[in-house]
Design a binder for this molecule. Structure first.
Ligand code: SAH
Length: 386
């Protein structure tokens, strides 16, 4: 059996419940990249089994204790448990996450369901080596019409893995129709952002329907996620995204759902908000769901000023009594920092603001309590009093 021995500090980390051991805490290696290894502590004690990478800074991703050797039954049971959990959630949609990596005991494995198709990502050497086995198990357990490996995320480069997209089982069409609540979308699993949709925001879109009314501004709309879910509650909707493709899909999705009050614009949200301020536009509901402004620690300062600017401008455009649903998916900007930046925007806007709800990613993207990296999405529902 391949073996990796870790340092005392690495052991402490694993004991604390974190499944990752960094390269700096690896003492010796008798394994090749991509192996499932037995992990030993500094005194030789067997700690458990793990995925091993010889390239990534994350050398070890723990899978199980020393008493559970990961064979075929192990993989099957973990996948089955992930599926059973999603079944128990009562999700009112045909698109959702079936396997969320570490939080399902399947580190670096992502599986998303889009109606009768599955989209898989294997984001470490050892999980990637198991792609065929995982695909076989998924086919057996869920009998999908097709399975697509969307293995083009850049993080794979850190593992020395290539970026590729292949249909591995059945056939996967260019367009898949899915339903989320009362909205029907056309999704492109081959080329869409992430695996096709921003599934982690599903429950926030649903929650936002409780507040939406009047004139809605949906900034960073992608293919209309919030705009389309909220449109039936609103008089008018302005959805803005910088991507022309995304805006074309907002229009097509609005038409498909017979929503006639949605206007979609290809614009930079920063510019659009400035322009709306100049023309003294006002809104009763505003959604801000930007991409991760802080992709790493070095960009946190700049990210904070970006979050500040859009939230400040949004609060100025909001009518008293109106709601601002504001999100950040930057792991590097924590919840406290995000709340801080939004409160400073509120005081600069001379607005009295209450926090009505503090939300995070949907329950199909669970947070592993000992792995702060898995808590990335913040979604605040704010009400402007005056
Ligand atoms: N709210 C969406 C997901 C948004 S993802 C949903 O619920 O599905 C972030 C989006 O912001 C992407 O579609 C990206 O094209 C867009 N984007 C990135 N920078 C932008 C900018 N400066 N102005 C407008 N849109 C931007």
């Amino acid at each position: 059996m391949s073996t990796v021995t870790i340092t005392h500090r690495g052991e402490e980390r694993v004991r604390g419940g974190h499944p990752w051991v960094y390269r700096t805490d690896v003492a010796s290696v008798e394994a090749s990249g991509g192996d499932v290894v037995l992990v030993r502590g500094s005194r030789g004690r067997a700690i458990g089994y793990a995925l091993y990478s010889d390239r990534s800074e994350i050398a070890i991703r723990m899978l199980s204790g020393a008493d559970v050797a990961p064979g075929r039954d192990f993989w099957r049971q973990r996948i089955e448990a992930a599926i059973r959990y999603r079944d128990a959630l009562g999700i009112d949609a045909t698109a959702y996450r079936l396997v969320h990596g570490e939080a399902d005991g399947l580190p670096s494995l992502i599986v998303d369901r889009y109606a009768e198709y599955l989209v898989v990502q294997t984001l470490s050497q050892a999980m990637d080596r198991r792609l065929a086995e995982i695909t076989g198990l998924l086919a057996e357990l869920t009998t999908p019409a097709g399975i697509l490996a969307r293995n083009d995320p850049r993080v794979r480069l850190l593992e020395g893995l290539e970026q590729r997209v292949d249909a591995l089982h059945g056939t996967v069409p260019e367009r898949v129709m899915v339903r989320e609540g009362r909205v029907t979308y056309e999704v492109d699993p081959w080329r869409g952002q992430k695996t096709g949709l921003f599934l982690d925001q599903r429950e926030n879109r649903e929650a936002a329907t409780r507040y939406a009314r009047g004139r809605l501004f949906d900034g960073f709309s992608y293919n209309g996620g919030f705009a389309l879910a909220l449109a039936p509650r609103c008089d008018s909707v302005l959805a803005v995204d910088i991507s022309e493709d995304a805006v074309a899909r907002i229009r097509a999705n609005a038409a498909r759902n017979a929503l006639t009050n949605v206007e979609a614009r290809t614009m930079n949200v920063f510019d659009e908000l400035r322009e709306l301020e100049r023309t003294r536009a006002r809104f009763d509901t505003i959604v801000l769901d930007p991409p991760a402004f802080a992709k790493n620690k070095a960009s946190v300062r700049k990210a904070l000023s970006g979050y500040k600017e859009i939230n400040l401008r949004a609060l100025k455009l909001l009518e008293p009594g109106g709601f601002l649903i504001t999100c950040s998916c930057s792991y590097n900007v924590g919840e406290a920092a995000f709340v801080d930046v939004v409160s400073s925007a509120a005081s600069d806007a001379h607005a009295t603001v209450t926090m009505v709800e503090k939300r995070t990613q949907g329950r199909d993207h669970p947070i592993l309590i000992n792995v702060p990296e898995t808590y990335y999405l913040k979604c605040l529902v704010l009400r402007k009093l005056d």
